[in-house]
Design a protein around this ligand. Structure first.
Ligand code: HEM
Length: 320
């Protein structure tokens, strides 16, 4: 019952965003007349990819976050580097780490075949993230559509906007608030780390230097996955119990000090006025439905920022 009420709230939040962005262009029914097969096509494409490799669901979710955090959800992340352009793919948080580009290409090709020059790459990324979460066992939500694809971006924009895994809580709160996201959104969205993997290079500092970590867990990671020198590309799951299932288990890992990223551990026990995140971690650990509903709401907020001018790219990797 609570979940139903909250999902009704999600729909209301969605409706509010249509009005709030002032453009009136975003709507869940944006392509109903021009491309009725869009949503089933995206779901099929994501389902195929997740069936082949469950982690791809996590990768598609992260792709959406990294797209939206840099000049809004405009598929700027998908632009390939060229001889005279270096884009977001080469930025430190993305290079050798962000995945899922080929899955978006395949879905786009299918969508173009039936709805030529109609659906933006940015909308495909937003739908794919929603379907990925849902196919991994998480919630679903109405995705507002009608975004345009960016004509330009820079590597520097990605490096400036994306949070580093060694940030402290005040920095995290600041970087989210610059995007209109509050502490509740930060904690709920961090629950995305319920799925997927991280490279040793991104958690070495946490497992060797931090005291805010369960020492047995840290010792295992040091011995098996992340040597002090070398092994940068070795992978470990972001959630301990079920890294292929989208659930609230991640928050228990935060409580027991068994998360890979320092930023995730920062959500609990970081002193001062930011203590509010402690209560949220405990709330989401105790209540799976609440986490699912608030994650969905935060994803809608994330997905609706900074809708800008642009185009419907024919090939997601380059401007028309
Ligand atoms: C709060 C700030 C965040 C930081 C500092 C952060 C950082 C990271 C890092 C360092 C990785 C591992 C990358 C690698 O080693 O290859 C990662 C993975 C991941 N992140 Fe985040 N992240 C944050 C928030 C988010 C949000 C808001 C989402 C989605 C809503 C998200 C979704 C994911 C997913 C699903 C993965 C696993 C990807 C895969 O396995 O391919 N993250 N994140």
């Amino acid at each position: 019952m609570e979940l139903l009420l909250r999902l009704a709230a999600v729909a209301l939040v969605a409706a509010a965003f249509v009005a709030a962005d002032g453009t009136g262009t975003l709507s869940p029914s944006f392509y109903d007349a021009t491309c009725p097969g869009l949503q089933p096509a995206v779901r099929r494409g994501v389902a195929q990819a997740v069936k082949k490799e469950a982690r791809m669901g996590a990768s598609l979710l992260r792709l959406f976050f990294h797209d939206c955090f840099v000049q809004g959800c405009d598929a700027s992340i998908l632009l390939d580097d060229t001889a005279n352009f270096t884009g977001e793919k080469s930025a430190a948080p993305n290079a050798n780490s962000l995945r899922g580009y080929e899955v978006i290409d395949a879905i786009k090709a299918e969508v173009e075949a039936s709805c030529k020059a109609t659906v933006s790459c940015a909308d495909i990324v937003a739908l794919a993230a929603r379907d990925a979460v849902n196919l991994l066992g998480g919630p679903s939500w109405p995705v507002l559509l009608g975004r345009r694809d960016a004509l330009m971006t820079t590597k520097a924009a990605a490096e400036d906007s994306l949070p580093s895994p060694t940030s402290r809580l005040p920095q995290l709160l600041h970087s989210f608030s610059k995007k209109g996201l509050n502490a509740r959104d930060l904690v709920a969205l961090s629950g995305a780390h319920s799925v997927g993997m991280a490279h040793c290079s991104n958690f070495r500092e946490h497992v060797y230097k931090d005291t805010k970590i369960n020492m047995t867990y840290a010792a295992q990671l040091r011995a098996k996955v992340c040597p002090f020198v070398g092994g940068d590309d070795n992978l470990a799951p972001l959630e301990l119990q079920k890294p292929d299932k989208f659930d609230n288990g991640f928050f228990n890992d935060v409580i027991t000090g068994q998360v890979l990223l320092r930023t995730d551990q920062e959500l609990l026990g970081s002193s001062g006025s930011h203590g509010t995140t402690d209560a949220l971690v405990r709330e989401y650990a105790a209540n799976a439905d609440r986490f699912a509903a608030e994650f969905a709401m935060a994803m809608i907020k994330l997905g609706n920022m900074a809708v800008q001018d642009g185009e419907v790219r024919l090939n997601c990797r380059r401007p028309n």
